[in-house]
Design a protein. Structure first.
Length: 294
């Protein structure tokens, strides 16, 4: 989450109230620019993702819509986290979603289960779900825990492991250490996989957004236009390019490399076999492989 540097020095409750006032001011400005009626015709624009699957990249794309139509950057944390970056309860997440008004842009990490499945695919919403090759997902997660997030509950444990292979093994199989629980890659993917085929939701591969951004953004723009009658401020192709220009992965605090296929650098033959045993069918269900011989 990118925020104004001064906000980090304020207590969380004050930060939250300042965000609320900023959001209201932004809505006023968008209504003044496009008209209040135009703003009311726009869908609630929500970016959903599995952790380390490209949520910040997707969020940048969605924020690009503020340049091409009546959309508002809410400027809030992910809907499942509070100002102190603590996990919110299901009830609190639902309250955050209910806050959203037409044209608002938000993102989060919501599993494919009730009530989120039906809610985020309903009329008045344009939900884009980004997913990623689970093999690259575990590699990215290993670097994130070990090198980029010293506050992560597994950071100290991962740092004392002998090598990357040991870390990847735990992320593939899952692990319990006292009160700490690390879900397996199968568990992580199973909790989100239904979003890929959910009617009314657009599923986009991280790899497409990273390697073929124009094509991916065109799909996203066409989908969002189909979810409301909002006016496009630019010709279609110009709008696509304006949104593409909003993609700047290097400004994300969690960005490292983000290159598809990086798992090949780290998967030993033993890790490949372990992954096939634990989640080989997941790769097939997600469309990353057609059989187990990879």
């Amino acid at each position: 989450m990118i925020q104004h540097p001064l906000l980090r020095f304020l207590p969380p409750p004050l930060r939250w109230w300042l965000r609320l006032w900023r959001w209201r001011w932004r809505r006023w400005r968008v209504a003044r620019r496009f008209g209040a009626e135009a703003l009311e015709t726009a869908p609630r624009l929500f970016g959903n993702a599995q952790t380390k699957a490209g949520s910040h990249l997707l969020h940048q794309v969605l924020l690009g819509f503020t340049q091409v139509g009546p959309f508002v950057d809410m400027g809030m944390p992910p809907v499942n986290r509070d100002e102190a970056n603590r996990k919110l309860s299901r009830e609190a997440m639902i309250r955050r979603l209910r806050m959203m008004r037409p044209g608002d842009i938000a993102y989060g990490y919501l599993p494919s289960e009730p009530p989120f499945l039906a809610w985020l695919s309903d009329e008045g919403w344009a939900t884009v779900f980004i997913y990623r090759d689970p093999r690259d997902l575990v590699v990215s997660h290993a670097f994130y825990i070990t090198e980029m997030q010293p506050g992560h509950e597994w950071h100290a444990y991962f740092r004392q492991l002998p090598d990357m292979e040991a870390r990847l093994r735990l992320l593939i199989t899952g692990h319990q250490e006292g009160p700490m629980y690390l879900p397996s890659i199968r568990e992580r993917c199973e909790s989100y996989i239904r979003w890929i085929t959910q009617p009314g939701v657009l599923a986009v591969r991280f790899e497409d957004l990273r390697l073929r951004p124009r094509d991916a953004v065109t799909r996203i723009l066409d989908f969002v236009r189909s979810r409301g009658q909002w006016p496009l401020a630019l010709p279609h192709d110009d709008a696509v390019m304006r949104i593409v220009e909003a993609i700047r992965p290097e400004v994300s605090g969690t960005f490292r490399r983000g290159m598809p296929g990086e798992w090949r650098e780290f998967f030993t033959p033993e890790l490949k076999q372990l992954f096939k045993e634990m989640a080989g069918d997941i790769l097939i269900r997600m469309g990353y492989e057609v059989h187990h011989d990879w």
